[in-house]
Ligand binder design. Structure first.
Ligand SMILES: Nc1nc2c(ncn2[C@@H]2O[C@H](COP(=O)(O)OP(=O)(O)OP(=O)(O)O)[C@@H](O)[C@H]2O)c(=O)[nH]1
Ligand SMILES: [Mg+2]
Length: 448
């Protein structure tokens, strides 16, 4: 399936930022298996309300899709939108890439915009191009849909997908090509089948189902609450799952594609001895990720929110990693993770030369340069985590009667470091060192 990308460079957006965003969109689109045969870009003050791009650009786009380039007559009654449509066209525009893409090199059946489109814009663009129109959010939603594996992830994605669809359903009239669709079994078909009210009902139903699953998750998390947990967070494709594998020896999926991981995995760091550290791998972030989607991954991200420490994994070999780190920080601050101690890991150091490494070390003095593929670096990260856990540990004294009906002694032997042990007439007196969470649990147990 051939696709053309369209980017609108709004005033105030730097060239570098604009082009890297389009480059990222290309990767997203390729993840869906489409072949990108062309990219059109236009500088504008703001997107045109009717067609996002200007009239001239629309003609150029239609040449790629073999469309008419014409928007059907606006509704009979002159609505505000129609008036705007007439008064805002044509707008001043700059066709900067005219020379770069003079002639279409194939017939595109999909057009992908690097921004969200309104239902109106979608409809008009569809009419003018005869192609299927998708926006960035639609692409991301579709990738999530394809990659979701567990029941929980599927529910979350389905809710996000339906919420994305709801305002776009009106684009679809009887007999018309549906809007925002993607292939026979994709979003379009659902849009065709369900009206808005039915979508709302379905979302409510899915949400109830999700709630039930979340209660189970909450119980599982509660059981882990007295252990030290470290969450790997960061931009998609940064190498979180690779590091997860290296630290824990688990077989989580590593793939050179965006949003390979949609489910949280929690595993103990290897070797699994004292102090025990649990590592969790989380869903990746991306620029312009719609809030609804972030919200739908709330439970995945709760794992990060409850961590004792966050490891920000960054792909330091990507020229745009600074803005990727910024996006990660922003999303995490939205879910109140700012108070959690964190360390930045500049990953994929094996792809950098010595000059780049030096300059990064100067720019990020607190960060650690690593490669998830280098066992020595992985050991370094393990050492860092052990140090962190060690520093947060506290000493305390316990007296456990010989009958030990609450199983405190077992807990102490498994999860603490025993500094001193004295056998007395009634029981054992111990001086131990462990993390504060476990100490409070032990104290509770010994008062039962
Ligand atoms: N050269 C190099 N490649 C790496 C390194 N770490 C990860 N990669 C590669 O980067 C790609 C993405 O790795 P993942 O571990 O799947 O990344 P992720 O952060 O889990 O990505 P999502 O789950 O999609 O958010 C894979 O092709 C890895 O092999 C590294 O240190 N050096
Ligand atoms: Mg991953």
């Amino acid at each position: 399936m051939k696709a053309v990308l369209v980017g609108i460079q709004l005033s105030g957006v730097e060239d570098f930022e604009f082009h890297s965003s389009l480059e990222e969109l290309k990767r997203l689109v390729q993840t869906l298996g489409f072949e990108v045969i062309g990219t059109l870009s236009q500088k504008r003050k703001s997107p045109s309300p009717a067609t996002a791009i200007g009239g001239g650009k629309l003609q150029e786009l239609a040449a790629w899709t073999k469309g008419t380039g014409k928007v059907l007559a606006p509704p009979r009654k002159k609505s505000k939108a129609a008036q705007r449509f007439q008064t805002t066209e044509p707008e001043t525009e700059e066709d900067e890439d005219q020379a770069e893409y003079p002639q279409p090199t194939g017939h595109a059946t999909k057009v992908i915009f690097d921004q969200e489109l309104t239902p109106n814009q979608l409809l008009h663009l569809q009419q003018a191009t005869g192609a299927e129109i998708l926006d960035r959010t639609g692409v991301i939603v579709e990738i999530f849909h394809r990659h979701a594996k567990t029941h929980e992830a599927r529910l979350q994605v389905e809710i996000a997908r339906l919420k994305y669809l709801a305002p776009r359903v009106r684009v679809t009239g009887p007999g018309e090509r549906e809007g925002g669709g993607i292939g026979a079994k994709g979003i379009g078909e659902t849009a065709h089948e369900l009206d808005r009210r039915r979508i709302r009902d379905r979302v409510a139903e899915l949400q109830r189902e999700l709630e039930a699953i979340r209660e189970g998750n909450e119980n599982r998390r509660a059981r882990r609450r007295d252990q030290c947990r470290v969450a790997l967070v960061g931009y998609t494709n940064a190498g979180k799952s690779s590091l997860m594998r290296a630290l824990t020896g688990s077989e989580v999926l590593v793939a050179d594609k965006l949003f390979a991981t949609l489910d949280t995995t929690v595993r103990p760091m290897q070797p699994d001895n004292f102090p025990r550290v649990l590592i969790s791998d989380t869903v990746g972030f991306i620029k312009k990720l719609p809030h609804d989607l972030v919200a739908s991954f709330r439970s995945t991200l709760d794992e990060a929110g409850e961590a004792s420490m966050l490891l920000y994994v960054v792909d330091a070999s990507d020229p745009t990693f600074r803005s990727q780190l910024e996006v990660t920080r922003q999303v995490l601050s939205e879910i109140d993770c700012t108070d959690i101690p964190s360390v930045v890991l500049l990953n994929k150091a094996d792809c950098l030369d010595i000059v780049q490494k030096h300059s990064l070390a100067r720019e990020f003095p607190e960060a650690i340069l690593i490669s998830a593929k280098d066992p020595d670096d992985v050991e370094k990260v393990k050492g860092l985590l052990r140090d962190f856990v060690g520093k947060s540990m506290e000493e305390s004294e316990f007296f456990v009667p010989y009958d030990d009906k609450n199983g405190i002694l077992g807990e102490i032997r498994r999860n603490t470091s025993v500094l001193e042990e004295k056998h007395e007439a009634e029981g054992v007196r111990l001086r131990i060192k462990t993390y504060p969470e476990l100490l409070s649990k032990l104290k509770k147990l010994s008062h039962l």
